[in-house]
Design a binder for this molecule. Structure first.
Ligand code: 5GP
Ligand code: ZN
Length: 113
């Protein structure tokens, strides 16, 4: 299967890693929207939020907790940060492998564009 983030998860494609364990990889976004912009992905291929199953609940919890730990390690927990899961065309979802955006290091507008 042709998937950019599967290639990054397996190491076939290079990335600037922020965290890795058996199930999860976090790496810096190639086109950062803020001083900190990290993508946290499951190594397992899940095409989008629409494809998550109940058996993925622990994985989703681990993604969020990993992002929270990274926010702390990258110095964002005091000023704040945002976690974003895009889904579908209206949200600009462009890489079809679930990824959690960790964004911070500047004041973020609300509502998002
Ligand atoms: P989406 O819009 O699908 O939620 O986010 C996809 C994100 O993946 C974008 O922020 C984009 O900059 C990032 N991205 C796309 N291709 C690559 C790549 O090859 N390497 C890295 N590190 N990030 C990428
Ligand atoms: Zn994939």
């Amino acid at each position: 299967m042709d998937c950019l983030f599967c290639d990054i998860a397996s190491g076939r494609l290079a990335s600037k890693k922020a965290y890795e364990d058996d199930d999860i990889l976090a790496f810096h976004d190639i086109n950062p929207q803020a001083p900190v912009h990290v993508l946290v992905i499951p190594k397992k291929h899940v095409a989008s939020l629409l494809d998550l199953a109940p058996e993925d609940d622990a994985l989703v919890g681990a993604l969020v907790r990993t992002a929270r730990d990274l926010a702390h390690r990258l110095g964002l927990s005091e000023r704040g940060f945002r976690l974003v899961l895009n889904c579908g065309a209206d949200a600009g979802y462009s890489v079809f492998h679930v990824h959690l955006h960790l964004i911070g290091g500047r004041a973020l507008g609300w509502p998002p564009g």
